[in-house]
Design a protein around this ligand. Structure first.
Ligand code: HEM
Length: 357
C-alpha cells in the first residue's frame, strides 16, 4: 500500500502540471509548449483527446501490424549473437513506429534519443519528480533549449505538411486546424507529447520483458513452446516492472485522504509502481507470475488520462516478443551480460541491456 506521496507547493511556484510538460517553479518565461492532453482538464482535454484518438483507432492499428512485424524482423536480422537489446531493438522499434505514424522522419531517431537523454538527465538527482531541478536557472535553461529545438523541428514539419498533406497524424491534425478545432500551438504540444510518450515507455517495456525472460528460464521455455502465452506475460511485466513509476496530480481543493490533509495546489505523486504491488489487490504481489489472471494493474494509468497509446504499446510488445523468441528459437535460454538502469525515477527500465544467446 502507500502509493500516494505528497510534495508541498513552494511559495510562488506555479500550479504543477504533468511530468511530460512540467512547468518550472518560479517560472518567469512563457512556457515553450502549451498545456497538452496530459495536463488539461475537461472540456479542453475531451476535445483534444478525441481529435488525437482518431489516429489510434483499432482499425488503423490493425493496418500497422504488418509494418511493425517487418520493422522488428529487419532490426533482428542485423544483430550479432551478443547485442545491446535497447540500442539495437527496443529503442528503434517503437521510435520508428511512432515517427512513421506521426509523419516525422524516423532517420532522425538519433536526435530524438539525444533529446530524451537531455530531458531526463537526472544523474545529479534521480529522485526529482520533474525533468530537472527547476529552481536552478541552468537546469531550466537545459530543458528550455531542448524544448525550443523540438518545437522548431515540429514547426518545420507542420509547415511542410500544410503544403503537401500526407497520410499521417500531423496532416490529420492540420486538417482539424483548418476546421478551427485545434490551434497550431496545440498541434506542436501534441507532437512533443506523442513523440516522447510514444516510444521511451515502450522501449522500457520491451527491455523489462526480455530481462524477465533471462531471469526466468522456465517462463522463457513456456513462451518458446507457445506464443499464445505472450499477452499474459506482457501484462505481468507491466505490473511487476511498471515502465512508468508514477503520475502526478494537482489538488483542486482542500481534502482529507487517508488521514492526510491535501491542500489546494499541492502536487500529489501517485505511485503506480507501488499500487501494482498492492497486497489487497494482488495475490503474492512480489512474485512475478507470468500467467497471472486477473491482472488489474495500473501501468497505463486510470481515469480520463488513461494511456491513449496502450493498444499500440501492447501490440508492439506482443510483436517484439514474438520476433525475439523466433530469433532465439534454437537457444535453450538467454543471458544478461550487462544491465544499466535508466537514470530517472520516473521511468523503470534499462538504457543498456546486453543479451547473449
Ligand atoms: C508501455 C508503454 C506505455 C506506458 C507504460 C504508458 C503509460 C502511461 C500512463 C501511466 C499514462 C497516464 C498519465 C497520467 O494519468 O497522468 C499515459 C498517458 C498517455 N500516454 Fe502512454 N504509456 C505507454 C505508451 C504510450 C504510447 C505508445 C503512446 C502514443 C502513441 C502513449 C501516449 C500517451 C498519451 C497521449 C497519454 C495522455 C492521455 C491523456 O492525458 O488523455 N503512451 N501513458
Amino acid at each position: 500500500m502507500g502509493s500516494l506521496s505528497l510534495r508541498r507547493r513552494e511559495p510562488g511556484s506555479e500550479r504543477s502540471s504533468h511530468l511530460f510538460l512540467a512547468k518550472p517553479a518560479r517560472q518567469q518565461e512563457e512556457p515553450v509548449f502549451h498545456d497538452s492532453i496530459l495536463s488539461l482538464d475537461p472540456p479542453q482535454h475531451t476535445q483534444l483527446r478525441s481529435i488525437v484518438n482518431r489516429s489510434f483507432s483499432p482499425a488503423l492499428l490493425r493496418e500497422w501490424e504488418p509494418r511493425i512485424r517487418t520493422i522488428a524482423k529487419d532490426l533482428l536480422s542485423q544483430t550479432p549473437p551478443v547485442f545491446d537489446l535497447i540500442r539495437d531493438f527496443a529503442y528503434p522499434l517503437p521510435v520508428t513506429v511512432i515517427a512513421d505514424m506521426m509523419g516525422v522522419p524516423s532517420k532522425d531517431q538519433a536526435m530524438f534519443r539525444q533529446w530524451v537523454d537531455r530531458l531526463f538527465m537526472m544523474e545529479n538527482d534521480p529522485t526529482n519528480i520533474r525533468f530537472a531541478d527547476e529552481t536552478k536557472p541552468d537546469e531550466r535553461e537545459r530543458i528550455r533549449n531542448v524544448q525550443l529545438e523540438m518545437k522548431q523541428y515540429f514547426r518545420d514539419i507542420v509547415h511542410a505538411r500544410k503544403q503537401r498533406p500526407q497520410n499521417d497524424l500531423i496532416s490529420l491534425l492540420i486538417d482539424s486546424h483548418s476546421r478551427g478545432q485545434i490551434s497550431e500551438e496545440e498541434i506542436l504540444s501534441i507532437c512533443f507529447l506523442l513523440l516522447l510518450a510514444g516510444h521511451i515507455t515502450t522501449t522500457n517495456l520491451i527491455g523489462n520483458a526480455v530481462y524477465s525472460l533471462a531471469e526466468d528460464p522456465e517462463t522463457y521455455r513456456r513462451l518458446q513452446e507457445d506464443y499464445g502465452n505472450i499477452p499474459l506475460f506482457v501484462e505481468e511485466v507491466l505490473r511487476y516492472h511498471s515502465p512508468v513509476r508514477f503520475v502526478t496530480r494537482t489538488v483542486a481543493r482542500d481534502v482529507r485522504l487517508s488521514g492526510e490533509i491535501l491542500h489546494a495546489g499541492d502536487t500529489v505523486v501517485a505511485w503506480i509502481a507501488s499500487a501494482n504491488r498492492d497486497e489487497q489487490v494482488f495475490d503474492r504481489p512480489d512474485r512475478f507470475i507470468a500467467d497471472r489472471k486477473p491482472n488489474p494493474h495500473l501501468a497505463f494509468g486510470k481515469g480520463i488520462h488513461f494511456c491513449l497509446g496502450a493498444p499500440l504499446a501492447r501490440m508492439e510488445a506482443h510483436i517484439a516478443m514474438q520476433a525475439l523468441l523466433s530469433h532465439w528459437n534454437r537457444k535453450e535460454q538467454i543471458q544478461v551480460e550487462e544491465a544499466r538502469p535508466v537514470k530517472t525515477i520516473f521511468l523503470n527500465g534499462y538504457e543498456k541491456l546486453t543479451i547473449a544467446s
